[in-house]
Design a protein around this ligand. Structure first.
Ligand SMILES: [Mg+2]
Length: 224
C-alpha cells in the first residue's frame, strides 16, 4: 500500500525547461541589443553548453558566458541580460497541465512531499509562484542533506521525515538516472514522468520504472 508520494520538482511539477529557454532567449536578445556581437543561435548553444557544465541553477552564468565568448565581462551588456532574464522568468513559472488537480486528489488519502535537488530558496520561490506553497507535508531540498539525488541521503532523509518504509512510498520524477534509478535500488516504487525533461539524458532502456506517466494525471489510476 502506497502511503506517500514523493515528487521531484523541476521538470516533474514545474515546466522548468520552458521557463529556462524563454528567459535565456530574452537575455541573449537583450545582450545582443546592448552590443554583444554574436549570432543568437550560437549564443544560445554556448549558454546551454555552459549550463550543462555548471548546472542549471548556476547563478553567475552570464558573467561566465561573456568571459567565455568575449574574453572579458562588459558589465553594461551583462546587466541588460540579467534584467531581461529576470523580467521574463518570473512570469513563466507554471506547473504542467493537470498538476494541481491531480495533487489535490492524491493528498486526500496520501502524504505528498517534494524531493528536489534545487537550493531551498529556489524551490520555495517556484512553489510560491505556482500557488503551491502549502500543498506538501515536507519540502526537502539540497540544503537539507547537502547531497543531490542520485545520492542516497535525500531519500533516507525523506523516509525519516515520513516515518515510512521505501516500499510504502512512490517516487515520481523526470530523471531516470537521478530520481528513478536510486529510488528503485532502495526499494521505493517508481513512476517516470516521461512528459518532463531529463537533463542527465539517461538511456530509457537501461532503467525500468514501475510506471511510466504520459501525463501526471496517470498517477490517479496507479493510486486507485
Ligand atoms: Mg527533475
Amino acid at each position: 500500500m502506497i502511503k506517500a508520494v514523493l515528487f521531484d520538482l523541476d521538470n516533474t511539477l514545474v515546466d522548468f525547461m520552458r521557463m529556462k529557454t524563454i528567459s535565456c532567449e530574452a537575455a541573449i536578445d537583450a545582450m545582443i541589443k546592448a552590443g554583444l556581437d554574436m549570432e543568437k543561435k550560437k549564443a544560445m548553444d554556448t549558454l546551454f553548453y555552459l549550463y550543462d557544465k555548471k548546472g542549471l541553477e548556476y547563478q553567475k552564468i552570464f558573467q561566465l558566458f561573456l568571459r567565455h565568448v568575449t574574453g572579458k565581462v562588459d558589465y553594461g551588456i551583462m546587466a541588460c541580460g540579467i534584467v531581461a532574464y529576470r523580467r521574463v522568468k518570473d512570469g513563466l513559472i507554471y506547473p504542467y497541465k493537470n498538476v494541481i488537480p491531480t495533487l489535490n486528489k492524491i493528498k486526500k488519502k496520501r502524504k505528498i512531499i517534494i524531493l528536489s535537488n534545487a537550493p531551498r530558496i529556489q524551490a520555495w520561490l517556484r512553489l510560491a509562484a505556482m500557488g503551491m506553497h502549502d500543498m506538501f507535508e515536507h519540502v526537502i531540498t539540497f540544503d537539507d542533506t547537502k547531497v543531490r539525488k542520485p545520492g542516497k541521503e535525500p531519500f533516507l532523509y525523506a523516509l525519516k521525515k515520513l516515518k515510512l518504509k521505501p516500499e510504502e512510498c512512490l517516487m515520481v520524477g523526470d530523471s531516470l538516472g537521478g530520481d528513478i534509478l536510486p529510488a528503485k535500488k532502495m526499494g521505493f516504487k517508481t513512476a517516470y514522468a516521461k512528459y518532463g525533461f531529463d537533463p542527465t539524458m539517461c538511456e530509457v532502456s537501461k532503467v525500468k520504472a514501475d510506471y511510466v506517466l504520459e501525463d501526471i494525471k496517470d498517477l490517479l489510476k496507479i493510486l486507485e
